[in-house]
Write a protein of this length. Structure first.
Length: 129
């Protein structure tokens, strides 16, 4: 089991925030990135209340790094403002999980899903006004 950091293995084996939020809830924002054919697909959902992320869930299909990056990101988002969430970049995930070689591509896919979810959250907030 070489090639992955201990934190990647921990998050892969015991992923917190795995699952779905109720899509019918207008406070839920969803972002997806990647594809099954590429071997890495991530779905990230955010429950946004008063400009803060009250909860986050993910679904990830791919290698242990993909699942670990998605789990780590979801965990970091809970309690953040939308502005703070924008500061969670792939570079930060790569550093925290000590990703090497081709592993950082999974963090980039998760970042893409996060950016889509944040854009969708912004759109929902604007339509509420």
């Amino acid at each position: 089991m070489t090639g992955y950091s201990d934190e990647v293995w921990r998050l892969f084996r015991m992923p917190e925030y795995l699952g779905d939020l109720a899509e019918a809830d207008p406070r839920v924002s969803t972002g997806e990135a990647g594809s099954l054919t590429s071997g890495c697909k991530v779905r990230l959902q955010l429950l946004v209340q008063s400009g803060y992320i009250a909860d986050a869930r993910f679904r990830a299909f791919g290698c242990p790094v993909t699942i670990a990056c998605a789990a780590f990101t979801a965990g970091q988002l809970v309690g953040c403002s939308l502005e703070q969430a924008r500061a969670l970049t792939a570079a930060k995930v790569i550093d925290k999980l000590r990703l090497t070689g081709t592993q950082p591509s999974a963090a980039l896919t998760v970042e893409d899903a996060l950016l889509v979810a944040l854009r969708n959250a912004d759109s929902a907030l604007l339509s509420d006004r």
